[in-house]
Every structure is written in C-alpha cells, then in structure tokens.
Design a binder for this molecule. Sequence first.
Ligand code: NAI
Length: 698
Amino acid sequence: MMGSVSYENVGPVAVVAVDNAPVNALSQAIRRGLSEAFARFKSDDTADIVVIVGAGRMFIGGADISEFGKPPQSPSLPDVISQIEACDKPVVAAIHGMALGGGLEVALGAHYRIALPGTRLGLPEVKIGLIPGAGGTQRLPRIVGIDAALRMITSGTPITEGDALETGLIDHIGDGFDIREAALAYAQLLLEHRAPPRPISGMPRATDEEGALQNWRTKLEHSLRGEVAPLVAVEAVEAAVGKSFAEGLKEERRLFQHLMDTPQRSGLVHAFFAERAVSKLREIADVAPRDIAGVGIIGGGTMGAGIATSAVLNGLAVTLVERDTEAAEKARATIARNLDAAVRRGKIGRDRRDEILADSLKTVTDYGALSDVGLVIEAVFESMDVKKSVFATLDEILPRGAILATNTSYLDVNEIAASTSRPEDVIGLHFFSPAHVMKLLEVVVADRTAPDVVATAFALAKRLGKTAVRAGVCDGFIGNRILSHYRTAADHMVLDGASPYQIDKTLTDFGFAMGPYQVSDLAGLDIGYATRQRKAADAHPRDRYPVFADALYHKGWLGQKTGHGYYIYEEGTRAGRPDPQVDQIIAQARKEAGTSPRTFTDDEIVRRYMAAMVNEGARVVEEGIAQRPLDVDVVFLYGYGFPRWRGGPMKYADMRGLDSILSDIRTFAETDDHFWSPAPLLERLVAEGRNFDSLNQR
Ligand code: NAI
C-alpha cells in the first residue's frame, strides 16, 4: 500500500488527486507522483490552473508513519512543495476532511486554498517532538501572522475551516460536500478573474509588532514542564521574521534535524504508538461488543456524577440511581454544573445542554428504572459490603446479558463477581477523577469476565473519547498499585530527612504534573488514611509507617478541600504554600521513629522515586496485571500526569538503561532490603541484555 497520484484534464483545469487510503499519507510513491504530476502540468498547454485534491475522506493526513526512522527517500517533501509553489500557473489546494502536518504544508505550497465545511487543519508535529519540516514554520506566519501561527504550531491542535478563513489560512469555504465540484467551481472563478500565481515564499516577511514571540516564549516556559519542541517552534517562526525565505527554510531544516535526534522525540513517538496499541488486544480481536442502549449508574457522588457527565456529553442516555431524593437531586445539580462548564468552553450549545437534562438524564431512587439498560456502572462507597449488596440488587433486576461494572479503586473484582449469579457479565471500569475530564479508563478483567464484555468496555471507552487499558485483578490494578509503591518510597525519604516540598519540586521539575504530596492534597488526605487502615491487617513488622500523614489527618488537614494539607491554600487558590508546622510534625515523627535526618540531593529523589515506580511496573507486567510494559506507560501518561515527552515510566527505564535502574535498587537494598528487592523480570531482562520494549510486541 503505497498509493498513487492521478492527473486529469477537465476543460482548462488540471485535477491532481492524491489517493493513498486511509489518510492519503505522503509516502515516497505519493511524493514522486506529485512531482511527476506537476512536471506534467508545467508543460500541459491545455491546462491553465491546477487543483490538488485528496481521494476518499480527507485531503492529506501527513507524513507516512511507516517511513519513520528509515533513511529518507527522494524526492523529499520540501523539494516537492517548492516545485508545486514554483508553478507559473495558479495552484489551488482544495481541502476536505483533514489537512494535517505535511498535508497542510502541501496546501501552503499552493497559491490558493479552499476548504469544505467540517474540515480540520493543523500542524501536529510537536506532538511527536518535532516542528513542521517542509516549510510550514516559514509559510504559515507569512499569511496568518506570528501569533496565529504560533498558536497552531506550538499546540499542534487543528483548527476549524471557519478559524482558518478568519486568519487567512484559507481563501474560501466551498459549498456542499463534494470537494471535486467545489474545487472546479473555485478554479473557474479564479480563471475568470485572471488570478495570478501567488507563492507564499514571495510574500513579505512576517512582522512581530505585537511582541508575540516573547509572549509565547514566556507562556510556554511556564507550561511545558521540560518539553522542548514547542520552544524550538518559536525559534523557527522567529526566522520567518528575521531572515529571507531561503535562509528561513535552512534554519527550519537545521532545527528539525536537531529535534530528530533528541530523546524527547523518541519518548513522544513511543507514546504515540503506545496509545494506539493499548486497544489492540488479541482476546477481543474478533469479538463483537454487546449492544448497550443506555447506561445505568449507581451512586452520584464525585465519580458517579462525572461518569454520567461523560456519558451524556457523548450521546448516551443515563439513568442514575441514588440512595434518596436529596442525593439524587444533588447529583443532577452536579451534572448540570458540569454541562454549564461545557457550554462555557464551547463544547456544546445551550440548547443541547437543556435537551440533555430534559431527555437524556434520569436521576432516580428506584432500581426498577434500570430494567432496560444494557450496562450499569456502580460508583457507591468504597466498601465491599455496600458493593455486594448493590450487586445483589442489580443481579436480581437486570435482564440477562446486561453488563455489571464496578468503578472500585482497589477492591477485588473477582469477589464482587462471585457474589452474583453471572460472574461472566461482571467487569471493572476504573475511571479517574474528574471522570468527565480524565482520559484514562482501566478496564479490569476478572477471572471469569466474558470476552464480549471486555469488547463492550473498549467500545464504550471509545464512545466516551477515553483511552482504555486492560488491567488484571490485584489491589489497585495497574495505576494505583504502582502509585502506592512509589508513594511509599517518597514517604521513606520524608522519614529519612527529605522535605515533602523538596520532593514535589524535584518531581515537577522532572516533568510530573504534580508531586506526590500535591497529589495527596488534591485527592484528600482521608483517602490515603482509609487505604492505610484497610491495609493495616496485612502490615509487615518491617514496614515503615508514615505517622506524619496520620498526624495531619487527625488535625483535620485533609488537603485542598479544607484549605490545609501538606500545603496551605489561601481562599480561592489551588497553588499551596509550604507550612512550617508540617515540617515540625515531620521532625517529631522522625524523632519518634528514632531516625536522624539526612539530606537528599534532587538526583537521589528522582532515582528512588523512579526506581520504585519501574520496579513495581516490572512486577505488574510479570504477573500479567498489565499485558505489556506499554500498557503501564499509557496508564501513567493518561492518569498520573507523567511527562509525555519521557514516554512513560517503562520507556524512561529503557532510555536510562535497565542496568542503571537495577543497580540503584541494589544500592538502596543495602540499607533497606525489605522495601527494595529487584523484580525478577527486571533482573532477567538485564541478564539477557534486553529492554522492556522487547516485551511490547506480544
Ligand atoms: P462519593 O462518596 O463521592 O460518592 C458515593 C455516592 O454513592 C454517594 O453520593 C452515595 O449517596 C451513593 N451511594 C452509596 N450507597 C448507595 C446505594 N446503595 N445506592 C445508590 N447510591 C449509593 O464517592 P466517590 O469518590 O464518587 O467514589 C465512588 C467509587 O469510585 C468508590 O468505589 C471509589 O473507590 C471509586 N473511585 C473514586 C475515585 C476518586 O478519585 N474519588 C477515583 C476512581 C474510583
């Protein structure tokens, strides 16, 4: 599958069509085909104008990802685009569906651009650690200005045809749905007006009167958490202001090549492929999902209301059951507030919001209302007894074939399943808070869960715009199990002398969205307390207990919701400031434990935190809780604020070298061999000279 480019004369118009299903990627065959088509157009005396169109559902979706990492084959895309632009007769790009990356750069090589309604145009290269490398950073600012160009290039987010028209990226929005017809009509119009060729490279340099370059630099330095490509994009766009077109292209090439060689690119490319691989599971390859007409939700608290919001926003009817009328009304009000926020962000219109509340959301107190739903998600209190009684009721009421899902964070899904008469229909659907925002869904497959129930869970995730990862049953599944391990490593560092503030700062500098103590404050210290209580029975005499965390809990300092946790939160702020009293409480805890505090370098903090994360990640893979290391990576990228440009914890370990991680663990074990023992899988891989990625292919 390499695709082809066709050339056809329609009166005075030459139509060049790119055909390379599914996304008309710019493979070598397509680049060569374009080059040949434009050579033909040049000497075609019957053609006065040329239009480029995409066959099928879009214009051009970008580079050919199967060529990634292989030696470049000519003609190169920049050369093809220069050739297109150099035509002495007008060239029109007629865009429908999508023009992304190299596809949009081809359109920028044309002299005129039109798009159909519903089109998306973008330069997503930063998402894989690159910048546009075929003239995009030089041509785009010349026609839309520095600010609009930087918005597109540094975010990688596509814009609508309406925004494209407003900024000047396109010249016209075509009528109807047929791109070929719209293109021919527009070409006729240009011919009637004797429109000349209009190469962007011949236009004046972009100017930066508003100081947009500096604005974007400042903004990005605050938000990037170590990611480099968007800042390099600013540098490339700066060349469109300060240099000639030819010099600017050279600068773009130099910066592009530099990014090609960075480890960040490798991390981001891994993330890109990993998020596509998580849903490719052999066990559901040929399995049809069950039909679910609507969704039932039990419990409308933090999670239930969030899940309901996500479902109704994505067109599913929801019946939510609460304990009493007051709680049901409260849940409805929460969901309405979430929908209001969606209206404010322009995600839905006010009419749609009203329609959802009137027609798609039932909030009730009677389980009987669930008798015709195909899937129920339980989100009641985290207690086995409460959950079992809910499942007993569901088992009685729901028709055969309906799916019973639990949103439990830690509890044993096998035990819940076994309490029903239909364990094959029971599954865990572990959403993350806030459930209408967070992209991750852990699909927890119990011992007897039927394959079509798993397939339905993945189909539901897709419907909700979420990324689903398969997990097996254990305490905390993939994410929370690993979290609880590295969180313990952090608590040990605090007991031994590190301050929670140093730990948080070091880890956010590393690229995490938040450090572990900021996470505690966000989730609520009562959650951690409850977990410690629950696990107290299994405690080992050599476990080191974070007494300081209990002390904060007993003071009622539960985090952001009480305005005080590890940090103090002034009224209305979400950024906390360190509290000297917390330092004192910790000092007292160390005294009681008889430890004399020592200092930690930032490097040691990162090493201990990451070694704990990777070591437990290896156990989770070895036990089959996660099918592959990449599943662990995706869980952390989407659910735990792991820096995307590092690819995930297992990719990070591969890039650092597994022997380095293992040697750290062995060093740490010299003073604490109870907590620190190398995962057998990690030892085996190091002995065999392999990395985690070698396990990703299965
Ligand atoms: P919550 O306390 O905010 O909400 C629980 C809701 O369930 C309450 O509104 C309560 O009235 C209702 N409820 C209790 N028993 C009921 C029954 N028999 N029938 C109908 N409704 C009933 O709790 P939250 O945080 O929403 O947690 C719910 C579940 O989700 C728990 O299993 C928790 O472990 C899990 N979870 C929580 C996350 C979080 O960040 N809060 C993240 C992921 C999972």
